[in-house]
Design a protein around this ligand. Structure first.
Ligand code: C2E
Ligand code: MG
Ligand code: MG
Length: 707
């Protein structure tokens, strides 16, 4: 814009130059005014030498009016004006340019705007120091920056509030950002745990480490996420349980994981609760002793170890005698107290390492480990412990208001065999305990393989018996009953099991069992029906028409509520004459509910059915009962007949029974007559009917010697 001045320059040239300069100033002025930034020139005291339109507008004035004034003259507050003045002075003093961020509040709108200002000192036209201020409005940038900061802070609050520790891992640089909660949870400072996986592994519990690391690596290369519950070994050495989740959130073009974020939740409390629950599942709450489940698992463990070490261990099964009575008579509170005290005493019988468990009810068990390495030694040691257990009952138990004595039955089994299951061992101890029970109170018994064998065969027998009943293999044989002259007057039907493989099985081998299983009911019906059918046969022929048949009725059968109906139904069904049918009952059934027995007998008697008391003299039967019962006869048990010539007592009993029967008007059949001498003796004392091998053996009906 400047032109060189020639020697002969004219006034016109000068005027032209001034005009051009003015134009230049105009252009500069326009540029300054149109600037989107605030442009201000101040003197060394802060007074305006120049202000562009933008600043004039902000100050609510015109650029012209600004000249010679200072910030305080316009909308700036007194403090702000003073701040600007001081600022000018300090820049002047230092002579350095300054870049600062400044806020200014618009008086009219009350709005705060943010500026990034450059303040540059320089020497002005008259050699005076001036200051140039160019302020760029960064309000929008600043606002979005503040917004980002606010939302970041908010996110942080939320994350901290969840209680989870958060981490953000930039994989290529290995930089990890941890939340405060994470730091608090792990106890490490963030710089101590870098993004190096080894660092992470170092703070895992050694037991859980491998699996967790595998999960993390798998997430990085494979499916992108993992979630695991594992323990963390804190910096202070304390272990905590965490739920650890991680997810890859960014990958590069090749698919390699770049960023992974995750959270860690402290689940130690939950784990503790779970452990407590598991403990309860293994503990009997009443006594605080381990329960059956615990002992079972311990036993499995011991068996496995025993096989390795060749060691013997013992299992004791303990049941209190007549505990039910204590419970019933003194109340459950006393019963519970007893169980607690007994549990404590059992604990004192063995070492700390042995397991004393309560199985429920009044059943306890003790697993004693390491009884020695010889069978004999182990047995001896087991006996000593059993004695201790029995002796622990010597002193009475103090049940708050009363003191009570109780005894216990102890079943023992010593484990020696490889391959025995825990169930089998428990069953043996249980069987032994029952053997102890039947041996009398306060005793101990070893498991006996014979008992086991009997039990096993009984179970087999039971299912066999079911088949036999279906196949009709249980049928009567008949044993004749004769009068004083040896003439047949009737027969007793005796059950036989015609087994397809085992031959004939005697009633003593299956009646008892069938009473326990309830199968006696089916046997009884089959016998009764066969007997009635036989009576119908006999009725058709004159030589047999008067014969009677006696059939045995078991206590279980007789006590069935519909027993009488059943008998009558079979009679009606077959058309057999009731007056030819006799029922043999045994004394023991008179012990229970005598009124029911009398009522049933009366009903049967009313139909013409005779009722005999079988095996008379072996059981307990009071005379007063005998008088009340509608009986027609007695059968003297064969044990007395057998003893007639060998035992004073037996012959006396036979005489007494004869006298008694004659007084009560009852008929008498003597059972088991094998010799003529017995026959003679019985006849002499008034007996009129006889049954025994002397006359006839039980056999097919056709073997009977009809008159
Ligand atoms: P029980 O009713 O006292 O039957 C008499 C038993 O004595 C029969 O044995 C018979 O064979 C046996 N006996 C008869 N005479 C003599 C003799 O001279 N000498 C000897 N040593 N024994 C003789 P069995 O048949 O073995 O029956 C045994 C028991 O089984 C019966 O005793 C009876 O209580 C029961 N029983 C048999 N059949 C049935 C039945 O159908 N139902 C029920 N509930 N019990 C039955
Ligand atoms: Mg009989
Ligand atoms: Mg008998």
């Amino acid at each position: 814009m400047h032109m060189s001045r020639g020697a002969g320059e004219s006034l016109a040239d000068l005027a032209e130059e001034v005009r051009t300069l003015r134009q230049d100033v105009e252009v500069l002025r326009t540029i300054i005014d149109e600037s989107p930034d605030v442009i201000v020139l101040k003197d060394h005291e802060g007074n305006f030498l120049l202000g562009n339109r933008l600043v004039a507008e902000l100050y609510g004035t015109t650029p012209e009016q600004m000249v010679g004034k200072h910030d305080g003259d316009f909308s700036a507050t007194a403090e702000q004006a003073e701040f600007f003045r001081q600022n000018v002075l300090s820049i002047m003093a230092s002579g350095e340019m300054e870049i600062v961020l400044e806020d200014s509040t618009d008086d009219r709108t009350g709005e705060t705007r943010h500026f990034k200002s450059i303040k540059k000192p320089f020497i002005g036209p008259q050699g005076k120091p001036n200051i140039l201020v160019i302020a760029h409005d960064v309000t929008d940038i600043r606002r979005s920056q503040l917004q980002i900061e606010t939302s970041e802070r908010r996110l942080r609050y939320v994350l901290e509030a969840t209680g989870d520790g958060i981490w953000d891992w930039h994989i290529p640089t290995g930089k990890v950002v941890y939340s405060d909660r994470w730091v608090e949870m792990f106890g490490y400072r963030p710089e101590e745990i870098t993004g190096d996986l080894d660092d992470f592994e170092a703070c895992l519990h050694p037991v859980d480490g491998d699996e967790t690391m595998a999960a993390v690596r798998e997430a990085l290369t494979g499916n992108g996420s993992y979630g695991r519950e594992h323990r963390v070994r804190r910096r202070d050495g304390k272990d905590i349980w965490v739920l650890d989740r991680g997810q890859v959130v960014e990958r590069d073009e090749a698919g390699v994981a770049v960023r992974m974020v995750g959270s860690v939740a402290d689940i130690s409390e939950r784990k503790k609760a779970e452990d407590e629950l598991a403990a309860i599942a293994y503990i009997d709450l009443l006594t605080g002793l381990p329960n059956r489940r615990f002992l079972h698992e311990r036993l499995q463990h011991v068996l496995a170890r025993g096989i390795r070490l060749g060691n013997y261990s013992g299992l004791f099964y303990i049941d209190l005698d007549q505990f039910k009575m204590l419970n019933d008579t003194m109340g459950h509170g006393a019963g519970d107290r007893m169980l607690q005290l007994f549990g404590e005493r059992l604990r004192d019988c063995v070492r700390e390492m042995d397991t004393v468990a309560r199985f429920g009810g009044d059943e306890f068990a003790i697993l004693v480990e390491d009884l020695g390495d010889t069978a004999e030694g182990a047995m001896m040691a087991a006996v000593a412990i059993a004695k201790k257990i029995n002796a622990t009952c010597d002193a009475p138990f103090d049940l708050s208001s009363i003191s009570h004595r109780i005894t216990a039955s102890v079943g023992i089994t010593v484990m020696e065999n490889e391959g025995d299951s825990a169930e089998e061992i428990l069953m043996r101890a249980d069987i032994a305990m029952y053997a102890a029970k039947s041996a009398g109170r306060n005793s101990a018994r070893f498991f006996d393989p014979d008992i086991q064998a009997a039990l096993t065969s009984r179970i087999a027998l039971e299912s066999d018996l079911r088949d036999a009943l279906l196949a009709g293999d249980i049928r009567p044989v008949y044993q004749g009953i004769v009068d004083g002259c040896g003439r047949l007057v009737g027969a007793e039907a005796l059950a036989r099991w015609f087994h397809p493989n085992r031959g004939v099985i005697m009633p003593t081998d299956f009646i008892g069992l069938s009473e326990q299983t309830g199968q006696i009911l089916d046997i009884g019906r089959a016998m009764l029906r066969a007997t009635c059918e036989q009576l119908v046969q006999w009725r058709r022929s004159p030589e047999t028409t008067a014969l009677t048949i006696a059939v045995n009725v078991s206590a279980r059968q007789f006590s069935e509520p519909d027993f009488v109906d059943h008998v009558l139904a079979i009679l009606a069904d077959t058309g057999a004459p009731p007056e030819r049918l006799k029922l043999e009952l045994i004394e023991t059934m008179l012990v229970h509910d005598i009124d029911d027995v009398i009522a049933k007998m009366a009903l049967l008697y009313a139909e013409g059915i005779e009722i005999l008391l079988d095996d008379f003299g072996t059981g307990y039967c009071s005379l007063s009962y005998l008088q009340r019962l509608p009986l027609t006869g007695l059968k003297i048990d064969r044990s007395f007949v057998d003893g007639i010539h060998r035992s004073e007592g037996d012959s006396a009993i036979v005489r007494t029974i004869m006298a008694l029967a004659s007084n009560l008007g009852l008929s008498v059949v003597a059972e088991g007559v094998e010799t003529t001498a017995q026959h003679e003796f019985l006849r002499e004392h008034g007996c009129e009917m006889f049954q025994g091998y002397l006359f006839s053996r039980p056999g097919p009906v056709d073997d009977l010697q009809f008159a």
